[in-house]
Design a protein around this ligand. Structure first.
Ligand code: NAD
Ligand code: DAU
Length: 355
């Protein structure tokens, strides 16, 4: 069995993972994604013609469709990324987060369990269900300390509560039914193909569009940034070599306040694409009302995945951020299609359901 299911593969991290796996392994990939506003098949243009890449436009809440995919492809494992992922959207409308992140994960677990139970002994023990989660399930840190695999869950937003629920379901499916699971809890990612609703791509897009750069509160909240390709390598490492039933924290050792991030972005843009009026992009910074329940600080202790599996990030924040800004400057069409909404028409025009 050489086929993997990746859910949410048209999203930011899923597309980076699929590009990596197709380039660096022999796996066949089935990308299971229902293409919400966040799903963009343009991010997979580099692999879309590869014979080892397959796409199925399927909702993880559709049990019959999942059963049909398992029966047709006989995968050796599932890497589950499909989710509603944006905290601000979860505050304005939590329903989709419960539907996909909680109920959708439950449906996917049940479809996986039915298929896995039908496998012969060797394939059953080799099978893996890898749940991709977030450090936000641990809540908020004060000025000191780091999240580890043993930190108590204390989710604060509808998004993080829905992800915490899904983590608990995955854990229970292992302890109760023996499903061979691994879970990763990662810090904030950044890099190419990031939807411009999240801090870094929003700031790049707004800066270039001459718009305000909205900083929540005082800009002193801290996030621990990881370049998306480093996360993708961590996911592959844990999927292939992680211990069943274990969780792994993944992070970049790059703690920055939001203000530091915005200032670094402005300095990079001033260097790489100076404003025609000679002013700095920093003049576009604007302080706006804070996010309700805004977590103060996230920071990951990634020593377990380093010690047990040998994973370390390759990018520093400075090298990764420069690459990211350059990617957005080099790919204005990707951003323009997202902003205009035409990426969804492009999707329909260029891809049918291949399952
Ligand atoms: P994203 O929003 O960019 O992509 C999510 C993808 O899931 C989209 O392609 C969307 O179409 C798909 N999807 C949503 N609902 C679906 C459904 N019901 N059925 C099938 N597909 C569906 O998200 P991302 O930033 O790439 O995050 C991927 C995963 O990684 C999520 O589970 C998220 O919680 C987790 N995570 C993200 C970060 C981060 O910084 N972005 C950090 C840690 C963990
Ligand atoms: O920690 C991992 C999480 O990181 C993932 O699980 C989430 O899916 C992902 O979206 C991300 O959540 P955050 O809420 O940390 O990311 P976001 O980019 O939305 O915000 C980063 C910080 O920037 C946060 O402190 C809020 C702030 N912010 C964000 C936006 C969009 C602003 O100040 N202004 C903004 O316009």
């Amino acid at each position: 069995m050489t086929t993997l299911f990746v859910t949410g593969g048209a999203g930011f991290i899923g597309s980076a993972l699929i590009r990596l796996i197709v380039a660096e392994s022999d796996w066949h990939i089935v990308n299971i994604d229902c293409l919400t506003y966040a799903g963009n098949l343009e991010s997979l243009a580099a692999v879309s013609d590869d014979a080892r890449y397959h796409f199925s436009r399927t909702d993880i809440g559709d049990r019959a469709a999942l059963d049909a995919l398992f029966a047709y492809y006989h995968p050796a494992g599932v890497i589950h990324l499909a989710a509603e992922s944006h905290v601000d959207r979860s505050i304005h409308g939590p329903g989709d987060f419960i539907r996909t992140n909680v109920t959708g994960t439950y449906t996917l677990l049940e479809a996986t369990r039915a298929y896995w139970s039908s496998l012969a002994d060797g394939a059953r023990s080799a099978f893996r269900f890898h749940h991709v989660s977030t450090d936000e399930v641990f809540g908020s840190l004060g000025d000191t300390g780091l999240f580890t695999e043993t930190t108590a869950y204390q989710p604060n937003s509808p998004y993080s509560a829905s992800k915490a629920a899904s983590d608990h379901l995955v854990r229970a499916w292992h302890h109760t039914y023996g499903l061979p699971v691994v879970t990763t809890n990662c810090s904030n990612n950044y890099g190419p193909c990031h939807f411009p609703e999240k801090l870094i791509p929003l700031m790049i897009h707004n800066a270039l569009a001459g718009k305000a750069l909205p900083i929540y509160g005082k800009g002193d909240n801290v996030r621990d940034w990881l370049y998306v390709d480093d996360h993708a390598r961590a996911l592959r490492t844990v999927f292939e070599r992680g211990s069943v039933g274990e969780t792994y924290c993944v992070g970049g050792h790059n703690e920055k306040t939001n203000l530091e991030v915005v200032d670094l972005l402005c300095a990079l843009l001033d260097e790489l694409r100076p404003r025609t009026d000679g002013q700095s992009y920093a003049t576009q910074k604007t302080y706006v009302a804070d996010r309700p329940g805004h977590d103060k600080r996230y920071a990951i202790d990634a020593s377990k995945i380093q010690r047990e599996l040998g994973w370390v990030p390759r990018e520093s924040f400075e090298t990764g951020l420069r690459k990211t800004v350059q990617w957005y400057l080099d790919n204005p069409d990707w951003v323009a299609h997202v902003v205009s909404g035409t990426y969804q028409q492009w999707t329909e025009k260029n891809y049918g359901d291949r399952a």
